[in-house]
Design a protein around this ligand. Structure first.
Ligand SMILES: [Zn+2]
Length: 291
């Protein structure tokens, strides 16, 4: 399959400011987390490649991480799925929608039920097969987003829910997506918010009480993630590629989605209250428009 030239296959420069000055910040069991000398973006410092990331995601390890969740609860809890479709419909943007990394197909199922013509991409085979079954045997594109090709201006809306933090070249992928979107079309992104209270607490513990930090570190930093965006850095990247931001908010990963014990769920609920008050929620979603 031909590969688009704009994609870098190794995380060698910062997607936000294009700097190559990426230095180590701290070490984890799976590699170094780094900081960009140009803009402060937090990202993997051990130069993962696109191939190594795709292989990692296709390995069965994925199913033993906090990613395992109760899927049937997701659609009704992730309210931005509904908000995004409302936004499209209100603006008269209907028709073809592409969901990049569609996982179990829940968003596509919702979009199809509202009359959108759906296309999904999901490179993880076991998950893709579940999505195909959930969507009435509709085939899902197995290619990683970096290898996918669609005609220019062929979609009315494109979504990447919890995907951008897994890419080695988020800028290259956003450039591709900008090309595939029609003028006036909408982009939906959801990802981590690195400027949240839980990351701040983690780094205080890392310096003062490492055993406790090690306990919940894997919930915050894991080998599947390459980029840890703040609201500011995500906005800068998306606007630089040529999108206009329409809505950008913090939210929390639904507690039911976390594969952790009851005590930790209780603690998380309390943390969410504080994060909400401070406007430092653990996750963020953004809707943007191609002007
Ligand atoms: Zn940077």
């Amino acid at each position: 399959m031909p590969v688009t030239n704009s994609i870098h296959h190794t995380l060698s420069r910062c997607a936000v400011c294009n700097s190559e000055d990426i230095h180590d910040w701290f070490k984890t069991d799976f590699g170094s987390i780094g900081r960009c000398g140009g803009c402060g973006q937090i990202l993997r410092a051990d130069r993962p490649t696109c191939n190594s990331m795709v292989t990692l995601h296709q390995s069965s390890n994925l199913h033993n991480t906090p990613y395992a969740f109760q899927s049937e609860l997701v659609t009704r809890e992730l309210v931005f799925y509904i908000s995004f479709l409302n936004l499209c419909e209100k603006a008269g943007v209907r028709g073809k929608i592409l969901d990049v990394g569609c996982w179990l197909g829940e968003f596509l199922k919702l979009a199809a039920s509202r009359g959108f013509d759906i296309t999904g991409i999901e490179p993880v085979r076991e998950i893709r097969e579940l999505a195909e079954r959930a969507l009435g045997n509709k085939p899902i594109d197995p290619r990683p987003i970096e290898d996918a090709e669609f005609a220019n201006e062929s979609f009315d809306a494109i979504t990447m829910w919890d995907v951008i933090e897994h890419l080695v070249d988020p800028r290259g992928v956003l450039v591709q997506i900008h090309r595939w979107l029609k003028t006036g079309g909408y982009l939906g992104i959801a990802t981590i918010n690195h400027n949240s209270l839980m990351y701040l607490i983690y780094h205080i513990l890392r310096k003062t009480f490492p055993p406790l930090a090690r306990l919940f570190g894997p919930m915050l930093y894991n080998p599947f993630h390459t980029y840890y965006f703040t609201k500011q850095s995500l906005a800068r990247l998306v606007e630089n590629v040529g999108f206009e931001i329409v809505e950008h908010r913090g939210y929390e990963c639904p507690i039911t989605r976390l594969n952790v014990g009851l005590a930790l769920k209780f603690g998380m609920r309390a943390l969410y209250v504080f994060q909400g008050v401070l406007g430092m929620q653990g996750e963020q979603y953004m809707f943007a428009r191609k002007p």
